[in-house]
Structure formats: structure tokens, C-alpha cells
Design a protein around this ligand. Structure first.
Ligand SMILES: [Zn+2]
Length: 678
């Protein structure tokens, strides 16, 4: 019976707030928010109490490894927090209620965003920016747009707040009537109308037809989204860039109401949305759905189609659902849900628990493979264009599912460090395929290492990973390559160096430390260093910050038969163009003149390196081989460099010296003969 009351309260709240405009609504809404927060905290505590065993296991394994390795540098390093404590401070988060109504006939979404904004920064604000990304979705058949109708405070005396929309920057500023100081809150609502773009390629859109049972409405990054303030950039007010996923969001409490129309001539809408469906109310014209996320999330999204087929299963305490069109049923039915369950299971075990009650995998029209949003990911409907559609469907579902761990639970600035979540996710997607299909031996002759080695000879452009989208524009670097290819390869290389146990413990530590927070590359490095017990600057600095790979060259080699010592010099010809020296292990082999191997071992090459070997057999050739996980610039088919050792004609005298001596000798004799003739 409580449930029934709760439905009435919440739906009435939606109706009162969205449709009418009475004076009591704000007080009512605030008390409801408080009730919801209390219930959410209770549910969260129940959820989290189930996770203590996992936490204990992770903590103890890390403690065991770090006990004997830890250096002074890390003695004050924060231990992983117990999951008994929520990894965020509930009352230090903002609260948002998003109420939206889909207007099917003109593909617009009218909405109210109720904002209870908490200033958790150390500065005061006179104005607050919100992204209006659909205004940047202007390259399709019908442009997207957000119109802001009004911004009004909530409280005893409601007042209109002045706001400024800068469409060209896909941004709006809300001017406050007085400074918002640290730890203070301000409440207001934004009444807006979003025009969904058409063209089928953008993050938000409507596309398809009723005749073809293929029409989908997709509302993603499509409402006024709060910008992030951080110490590095101040307000992050980047526009809707066409490179990468240009988003950056803080965790906040969200409540979500969606109203969709009813048309007696057409099937009812099936709605996929962020969070758990708590209740729905249908009248003659429309249905209102109410979703709750139970824990903080970074943003909200929904997709609605009259033709979606939905499959669901409860796995790992998560209600996992797929939504797909009839035309894709052959590919999606059962298969997509299986993949999602396996991905959630593996990433749960590998990184840490997915805390949320729902995860939706939703088919959509896109210009890319898929797109991640909290608790809901979108997968392209055009997998049929690939040679192996099921492989791509699995790849994209596993990839976007993994973004729940990296991008959502751990957030990052995807404009300044988009490689961080993408690198981890691409690495983890390959890990998923390797675990699921071990017979494919994915990491033998790992495809990424060849793409990285050959990149420069094909593309001729620098490839520093640790740079922002803007820096990529000016440096001529390819964001796709550094985020989706090089970054995951560097993580694989680190895994090979550290071994699976330390590598995975480090990522678990990273997850434990930064869940519900924002992380940077240095945070990831520190987690690895904590487990490894030593600084890993020698690894992270060159591999993430250098513009070019090493170009190895054996520049000298000399064998002294008297001492039986071979001296060789190995140079990195790119060393002067990079900021940091590379350190890595390569295989060095030495052969005699019959091509027999007389020496073979792994050796460290640290920048320009001088090596000496005691060899009883006279060496003929030295070869530096780019074995698995070695990264060096090469051309396809030549995964090594080699050097032929100069021959010595007389014992102890190199061929060159012999040649010079002989030449001088001959010249001397000729001159003698000439002088005699004179
Ligand atoms: Zn991704």
C-alpha cells in the first residue's frame, strides 16, 4: 500500500511541477527530494553491505603485496576506503529532477530541469554554466537546438533569474542574484524545449519510419547539463566538439520523469531510460514513467520507440535489458542480452562491483559504433554492414558496457583526457574477448602492437597520448589513434611488465579510490605505483608523453678476438625529438657466420645503450628483435633491426684499419718507385 501512495505522490509531483505552476510545489518538491534521498541512502547501504566481501578481498590482496614493497614516497598514500562508507558525501552533491514530455509530431522534447545546486568548490560563483549540446548538433538533415523559456528560483518568493544563451558555444549561463559561496546551495528550475536533430547520425535524434517499424526517438546529452568546475580549468565550458566524446560531468542525485503520447492507431511507446522504473501512470493521452537511479549518476538519457522489442534478465543483481528493432531481431535476440550479462559479470569480477540496479543496451541510429551514458548505452543499428555482424555487435556491447566502470562510475574530463576512459575500455574489451574466446590467442602477435609500430611509417604524424582534443587539433595528432589504439596498447605493455596479478590489483585499487569521483592519468599511475611499490615514472612519462616511438639502430659493433669481447652501441634515433627516454626490454640475438644463434636473451634498452658480450665464437651479426609488447617504430614485415659486425683480416686488426694501412703502404711504395725513376 505504501507503494501506491508513493506512486501518487511522485506522479502528482511531476504533474504539479511540469504542467501547472502552483506556489506550494517547491516546498513539496524539496520534502520529496529529502524523502527520496533518505530512501536512496537506505537502499544504497543495503546494496553496499552486500559488497563488503569483495572489498575485503581486494584490500587484503593489495596490502599483502604492498607490505614489503612500499617506499617512503607512498607511506601516506590513502588506503582504499571500506565500501561500508559511501564513496561520496551525499549532502555534498547537487540534486536534479528532470521532467520531460515527448512531442512526437514535431520531434521535440519539452522539459523542466529542477536544480538544487551545491557549491562543492572553494570559490564563489556569480553565475553557473550549463551545456546545451543539441545546439551543436547542426550537421544533420535537421539541426538540433535547445530553446530556454525561463529560469526561476524555487522557494518562498519565486523570482526569474537572468540567463544568457550563447548558441554558438552550445552554452547557457545563469546569473545568480547573489554570490553562491562554498558549501551553499541554490534552487531553481530551467524550462526548456529540445528539438531533436534528424539524420540518424548524432547522439540525439529521431529517425526511421512508422511504416518500416523503425522509428526511434533518442534523447541524450539533450537537456541543459551542468558544467564541471575544477582546479585545472575553472569552468569546463567546452562546446559540443566533433572529436571524441566531449563530455565531463560530476556525480549528482537525479530523478527522472518521462511523458510519452498515446496514439490509438499505433503501438504504445516502449521507453528505455536511465534508472529503475518505479511507477507509471497512463491516462487517455499519455503515459508518465518515473525512474530512479538509487545512487548518484552523471547524467540522464532516454530512448523511445513504438517498435522496440525488449528482453530482460536479472543477473549479478542488475536488471539488464536490451531494446532493439524488429529488423535487427535476427542479430539481437538472446545474443545481445547474453553478451551484456557476460560483460557485466567479467567487469564486476575484474574491476569492482557495478552498483546500479539497471543497465540498458539500446539499439539506435548513430554515425559510430556505440555511445555510453550512465546505466544506458546505445549501439548502432547498422552492424549488418560489417563482414561479421555478430562479432561487431559483441564488440560494441562489451565496449559500451565497460564504460559504466570507466567514464561513469569513475569519471574523467573527456576533452582533456579522453584517452583515459577509452584506453581502459578498449584494453578491457580485448581482455573480455581473450577470456571468452581463449582459443583465439588474441595476445599472441597482438594486433595493436603492429598498428602502433607501423603507424608513423603510414601516417607520418606525432602520436603523444597525453593531450587534449584541442592539442590534437594543433599538433596534428589523430585522437582516434591515441585514445583507441595507442593508449590500450600501452596498458597492455604495462600488464606484460607487471604481470596479471599486480596489473589487475592496481586497476581494482584505482576503481576503489576513484569510484563516483573524477580521475586523471596521474591517479591511475599512482594506483599502479602503490601496488608495484616503486615509482613508474620511467614507464608513464615516455609512453604517455612522447610524440614519437623509439627508432632503434645498432650504430656500432666491434669484436676483439684477443679478449673475445663484442661491444655494440644501440641508439634511439628519435631520442632528441622526445622529452623522455624510453626504457624497455627487447630480445637481442647474436649469430655466427653460419647463422647459428650464439647468444639470445632479453635485455633492457635504456635510451642509447652500450653493451658488451664475452663470446668464444666469432660473431657475424647482431639482431634486436621487437618481440611481443615491444614498441618501436618499424615498417610492416621488418620487426627487428640488425647489424653486420665488421670482419678483422689480421688477428686483432679490424678490416677498416687493415684497408687503411694497406692503402698507405701501396702509396708509399709507388712514390718510392717514382722517386727512383726521377
Ligand atoms: Zn568508448
Amino acid at each position: 500500500m505504501d507503494g501506491v501512495n508513493s506512486i501518487e505522490i511522485n506522479i502528482n509531483h511531476y504533474r504539479n511541477f511540469f504542467i501547472s505552476d502552483n506556489n506550494n510545489k517547491s516546498t513539496k518538491m524539496r520534502s520529496e527530494i529529502l524523502i527520496k534521498i533518505s530512501v536512496s541512502i537506505l537502499i544504497m547501504n543495503i546494496l553496499l553491505s552486500n559488497l563488503i566481501l569483495t572489498s575485503y578481498f581486494i584490500d587484503s590482496s593489495i596490502q599483502t603485496q604492498s607490505d614489503n614493497k612500499i617506499l617512503d614516497k607512498f607511506s601516506n598514500f590513502e588506503s582504499p576506503k571500506s565500501l561500508n562508507d559511501p564513496p561520496y558525501e551525499s549532502d555534498h552533491l547537487s540534486n536534479y529532477t528532470l521532467s520531460v514530455k515527448l512531442h512526437e509530431e514535431n520531434a521535440t522534447v519539452e522539459g523542466n530541469l529542477t536544480v538544487d545546486y551545491y557549491n562543492d568548490d572553494l570559490v564563489s560563483f556569480n553565475r553557473i554554466p550549463f551545456h546545451i549540446y543539441p545546439s551543436g548538433m547542426n550537421f544533420t538533415q535537421k539541426s538540433g537546438n535547445i530553446t530556454i523559456y525561463e529560469v526561476k528560483t524555487i522557494g518562498e518568493s519565486q523570482t526569474f533569474l537572468d540567463f544568457q544563451v550563447i548558441s554558438s558555444e552550445h552554452l547557457m549561463w545563469i546569473n545568480l542574484t547573489e554570490p553562491l559561496n562554498p558549501t551553499e546551495r541554490i534552487s531553481f528550475y530551467i524550462h526548456f524545449n529540445t528539438t531533436l536533430p534528424d539524420g540518424g547520425i548524432d547522439r540525439s535524434n529521431y529517425h526511421g519510419t512508422d511504416e518500416g517499424f523503425s522509428k526511434i526517438f533518442k534523447f541524450a546529452v539533450a537537456y541543459p547539463m551542468p558544467a564541471v568546475y575544477d582546479d585545472k580549468d575553472g569552468w569546463n565550458i567546452d562546446p559540443y566538439l566533433q572529436t571524441g566524446d566531449p563530455f565531463y560531468s560530476d556525480m549528482a542525485w537525479y530523478d527522472f520523469f518521462i511523458e510519452v503520447p498515446i496514439d490509438p492507431e499505433l503501438p504504445d511507446f516502449i521507453v528505455a531510460a536511465t534508472g529503475e522504473l518505479m511507477e507509471s501512470v497512463t491516462d487517455s493521452d499519455s503515459t508518465i514513467y518515473h525512474y530512479e537511479t538509487h545512487l548518484p549518476v552523471r547524467e540522464l538519457t532516454f530512448s523511445a520507440s513504438r517498435y522496440f522489442i525488449c528482453e530482460s534478465i536479472l543477473a549479478n543483481n542488475v536488471n539488464i535489458s536490451t531494446f532493439f528493432l524488429p529488423k535487427s531481431q535476427n542479430y539481437w535476440e538472446n545474443f545481445a542480452l547474453d553478451v551484456a550479462v557476460q560483460a557485466v559479470t567479467l567487469f564486476n569480477e575484474t574491476f569492482g562491483a557495478y552498483f546500479f540496479p539497471t543497465l540498458n543496451i539500446v539499439e539506435s541510429y548513430t554515425n559510430y559504433g556505440g555511445m555510453e551514458h550512465p546505466l544506458q548505452v546505445y549501439i548502432t543499428e547498422s552492424i549488418y554492414v560489417y563482414d561479421d555482424p555478430l562479432y561487431y555487435l559483441e564488440l560494441i556491447i562489451a565496449h559500451e558496457t565497460c564504460h559504466q566502470w570507466f567514464y561513469h562510475i569513475i569519471g574523467n574530463d573527456e576533452i582533456d583526457a579522453g584517452f583515459l576512459d577509452e584506453g581502459l575500455v578498449v584494453w578491457a574489451t580485448d581482455y573480455y574477448f581473450d577470456k571468452k574466446y581463449p582459443e583465439r590467442n588474441l595476445y599472441d602477435n597482438y594486433y595493436l602492437q603492429y598498428e602502433i609500430r607501423h603507424y608513423y611509417s603510414i601516417e607520418q604524424s606525432p602520436n603523444k597520448i597525453n593531450q587534449s582534443v584541442y592539442e590534437c587539433y594543433t599538433s596534428g595528432s589523430d585522437y582516434w589513434y591515441i585514445a583507441y589504439k595507442k593508449a590500450p596498447m600501452i596498458l597492455h605493455k604495462l600488464r606484460v611488465f607487471l604481470g596479471d596479478e599486480d596489473f589487475l590489483s592496481s586497476i581494482q585499487l584505482f576503481f576503489n579510490r576513484f569510484k563516483f569521483k573524477i580521475a586523471w592519468l596521474s591517479d591511475l599511475e599512482e594506483s599502479f605505483e602503490y601496488v608495484y611499490g616503486k615509482s613508474l615514472d620511467w614507464f608513464f612519462k615516455p609512453w604517455f608523453n612522447n610524440k614519437f616511438l623509439p627508432i632503434y639502430s645498432i650504430t656500432s659493433g666491434d669484436y676483439d678476438t684477443n679478449s673475445s669481447v663484442l661491444n655494440i652501441t644501440i641508439k634511439d634515433r628519435n631520442e632528441e625529438y622526445n622529452n623522455y627516454q624510453y626504457f624497455q626490454q627487447l630480445t637481442l640475438e647474436i649469430y655466427d657466420d653460419k647463422a647459428n644463434t650464439i647468444f639470445s636473451n632479453e635485455i633492457w634498452i635504456n635510451g642509447t645503450t652500450f653493451l658488451s658480450f664475452n663470446l668464444t665464437t666469432i660473431p657475424d651479426k647482431v639482431r634486436l628483435i621487437f618481440t611481443d609488447s615491444v614498441l618501436a617504430q618499424s615498417i610492416p614485415g621488418t620487426e627487428y633491426v640488425e647489424f653486420v659486425i665488421p670482419k678483422r683480416i689480421l688477428n686483432g686488426m679490424p678490416f677498416f684499419s687493415f684497408f687503411i694501412s694497406m692503402s698507405f703502404g701501396i702509396i708509399f711504395i709507388i712514390r718510392k718507385i717514382r722517386n727512383k725513376k726521377k
